[in-house]
Design a protein. Structure first.
Lengths: 201, 360
């Protein structure tokens, strides 16, 4: 079972990447058959911009897009900038093919300086993934700087554990992913001639 | 095999001088390019169609009619004719008229157009692009092939007892190509009718082209028009040449860096690697172009885009001289080597007329 992990962290080392790795580990702990591949969007920042401008992916980007489209599940983690996902994170999902996330289990994570940014997961990330027809886990995980040292009842490790288990349950319950082939013919010419495929106004 | 040029008629600032041609200059430059194409021995001039700035190609048959009167061998084509937003009745009439005036030197390439607002400006919806292309083209074919047409569809007023005039020259409609970058439905449409399939090819990775041509060839055979390698394939190409490769790169770079399509994105070197764009010596263009055959098979028509990104007319005419004198003669010779005898040439009015006579 294949899991793609996308981290939009910019610094090196990155707490966004750290959270992404923790979420992937929690998923694997709940479902050992999972093989995960992690991609740092920073490594593909130029290619993502070029794709926006030219309309096609080049360099290492096709491999990342393909890995996400063919994965059984996705973990997507972004730093919160200006109360929302980072521009690089959004641009990546803007160039990801139509339907690439349809019906795909997705676990969302985000990082920020203070816990005041935490609801960006619910008001910014979750709606975008719902729009893309992904199946988002009930728990998404926000890690503020202070969370990396906090104890108490609802600790960051506890939330990571719960979210990873939710993603594992979704992965187990679904058939293997089938990535759409944009060049595949999905209709006959006779049905096209018969006027099927016309939008109703 | 046919060689030619295609233009989209964009009015673009020359980034090296800051000068923007007037609409009048751009219109005149396109006809100068067409006449030069015949003069240097090319076979085809294909004109785009757009209905929004910065393009000035809103009225293709007016321009092609003028060029027809000034030329004698040049095949006049389009790149593309908007089958979605034009009334198919008007296409039938306009291009039949052009066919008569040009003594049959006319074919068309159908395209859908990708400028969102053009659809509503012409009373259509871009989300119906494929359905419009299918219905309108089916009607266009009937208008050229049946003297009296009764027709009802989803997108235009029904026709009862309608005859499109003038009737096609010698009763033979112009040959039609269908152009699409990545819509398998259009490759299927071309295959269904046994029409030609043209892949724009430029600005895109060759994998797109290879997939679309492969689908078209396979379906062409499926529909019984001949073997897959007998399907009629055309490709675009974009080149800039100077005697020395480094001079070509130096001169073209500012145009590349500021071009409307790919400017401010990848480097010229990356884009050259990722797409069929070739900037270099005539020999490099020859080698690259001959390589297209390795992923589409033996094909029928190669069109080059030369007047793009604000290049001045003088430069474009120099490019045509190089193409006609140094590149195309070699391409003709080399493409003929190893080409199976059963692979046809691109249909022309003469060959279609002959076929009608044989079939009858």
């Amino acid at each position: 079972m294949k899991l793609a992990v996308i981290s939009a962290g910019l610094s090196q080392p990155s707490s966004t990447r750290l959270l992404a790795d923790r979420l992937a580990a929690a998923t694997r702990a709940a479902l050992p058959a999972v093989e995960s591949r992690v991609f740092e969007l920073r490594d593909h920042a130029h290619e993502i911009t070029d794709h926006l401008l030219t309309g096609f992916p080049a360099g290492g980007l096709p491999d990342v897009l393909d890995a996400v489209a063919t994965a059984d599940g996705l973990i997507a983690v972004t730093p919160i900038f200006n109360a929302s996902y980072s521009g690089l994170f959004k641009s990546f999902f803007d160039v990801l093919g139509d339907d690439a996330l349809r019906d795909k289990p997705v676990l969302l994570g985000a990082t920020g300086g203070t816990a005041r940014h935490s609801l960006a997961l619910e008001h910014a990330l979750r709606p975008m993934f719902t729009y893309l027809h992904a199946v988002v886990t009930p728990t998404s995980v926000f890690a503020a700087t202070e969370d990396w040292a906090a104890g108490g009842d609802i600790t960051l490790p506890g939330r990571i554990h719960r979210a990873g288990a939710e993603l594992a349950r979704l992965l187990e319950s679904r058939p293997p992913a089938a990535a759409p082939d944009p060049f595949a013919l999905t209709t006959t010419f006779e049905s096209m001639l018969a006027g099927e495929g016309i939008r109703s106004f | 095999m046919q060689f030619g040029v295609f233009t989209v008629g964009d009015v673009t600032q020359d980034p090296t001088t800051g000068r923007v041609p007037t609409d009048a200059e751009r219109v005149q430059s396109m006809v100068a390019i067409a006449l030069k194409a015949e003069e240097v021995g090319l076979d085809v001039f294909a004109l785009g169609e757009h209905h929004n700035p910065p393009f000035v190609t809103s009225s293709p048959t007016t321009m092609l009619g003028w060029i027809a009167a000034k030329t004698s061998t040049l095949q006049l084509s389009t790149a593309t004719t908007l089958i979605t937003t034009n009334d198919p009745v008007k296409i039938a009439e306009d291009y039949a008229m052009l066919q008569h005036l040009a003594d049959g030197r006319v074919d068309l390439m159908m395209g859908r157009g990708n400028t969102g607002p053009v659809y509503p400006w012409f009373g259509q919806d871009i989300r119906n692009g494929i359905a419009l292309a299918v219905e309108n083209y089916a009607l266009l074919r009937r208008l050229w092939r049946e003297d009296v047409v009764d027709w009802e569809g989803n997108f235009r007023t029904p026709l009862q007892g309608f005859t499109a005039t003038p009737r096609p020259l010698d009763g033979v409609p112009p040959f039609v190509w269908h152009g699409s970058i990545r819509s398998p439905e259009i490759a299927e449409q071309a295959a269904y009718y046994g029409d030609g399939f043209f892949h724009n090819h430029i600005f895109w990775p060759k994998e797109h082209t290879a997939r679309m041509v492969e689908l078209y060839r396979r379906r062409f055979e499926h529909y019984g028009h001949g073997a897959a390698d007998q399907a009629i394939v055309g490709l675009g190409g974009q080149v800039f040449m100077r005697k020395n490769s480094q001079d070509a790169k130096r001169e073209f770079r500012p145009y590349f860096d500021n071009a409307p399509v790919y400017g401010h994105g990848p480097s010229m070197e990356d884009f050259t690697e990722q797409t069929p764009l070739t900037v270099g010596s005539p020999q490099e263009v020859i080698d690259r172009t001959l390589g297209f055959r390795s992923y589409v098979g033996d094909y029928q028509r190669q069109l080059f885009l030369l007047d793009h990104a604000g290049l001045p007319l003088k430069t474009v005419l120099e490019q045509l001289d190089i193409l006609g004198e140094e590149v195309v003669p070699v391409l003709r010779k080399e493409f003929a080597i190893g080409r199976p005898a059963h692979v046809p040439d691109a249909p022309t009015h003469a060959s279609l007329l002959e076929k009608v006579a044989v079939d009858a």
